[in-house]
Design a binder for this molecule. Sequence first.
Ligand SMILES: [Zn+2]
Ligand SMILES: [Zn+2]
Length: 168
Amino acid sequence: MEAENIKPWLFRVQPYQGESLSYFLGRFRRANDLTPTGLGKAAEVGGAIARWEKFRFNPPPSRQQLEALAKVVRLDADRLAQMLPPAGVGMKLEPIRLCAACYVESPCHKIEWQLKITQECDRHKLSLLSECPNCGARFKIPAAWVDGWCQRCFLSFADMVKYQKSYR
Ligand SMILES: [Zn+2]
Ligand SMILES: [Zn+2]
């Protein structure tokens, strides 16, 4: 079947406020049982999906690529652009960071946590976690966050809130 014919049957996934592209792509793929390669084919962006899920935005997604992806996920290209770091703002690929208090309120990975200028969660005045506070495991790329707990020791993200240092 042509990719053109598949698109109308794909499930829509509503983005969360502040959600990162990696997390959104993972959710969209799982809702539609697509691999990164499969989504790349449907959106005609080649191997870009796997790179974007790892926050490899060098070169950044072009307007044309965002518009092609937008058609498949049925969102505005502008809405997708909000899932990227703002133009000119540097980001950290690693470590993947987490404000567990934010996650409890809205279960997603936020793009602002990966910006170089972000030192803490402004909303909660809490330090960001760069690893599981219980076992030290690094967080997986957000596209692979399925369960909301540490993949090694199973501490839930909700239970990690008490380990975040307060800046209040
Ligand atoms: Zn927060
Ligand atoms: Zn752990």
